[in-house]
Design a protein around this ligand. Sequence first.
Ligand SMILES: [Ca+2]
Length: 152
Amino acid sequence: MMIRLILVIMVLHVGTIAGLTPCPNQAYPHWFKLGDVCARYFAYEFNFADAETRCGGEAAGGHLISIHDEQTSEDVQILTGSSYTRVWIGGFKIPHSGKFVWTDGSNWDYTNWVQGEPNGNGDCVQINYDTPGKWDDVQCWSSRGYVCAFKI
Ligand SMILES: [Ca+2]
């Protein structure tokens, strides 16, 4: 009984991972629909600025992903394939202002920082730091994989 229950839970879990919806734009077969954007994880590592630039090259209107709700934060974990893979998302701090913004220009209306972060040791935001799905500010020259997105 217990084994059957565990199997059911495992299947449901895998189903959730497989359940990421493909991007409806068929020109982007490796991208997934996350809310109102299509998104893709790129594992090859770049600094923040180069990752943002590459997102613009990967898709018209592409930027590092902005996150505005818990669901998207969870979906980004699924996209990266591991809850502890630290990757760039599109948040960065305007120098000397303490104010964070998204590279896609959307509103800074949601945060999911690790407790004790942001601690000011960098101006760019990585996800999956310390705790799955949680954010951390880190030096922008750090090398990370990244998640790109464009509006559907
Ligand atoms: Ca930090």
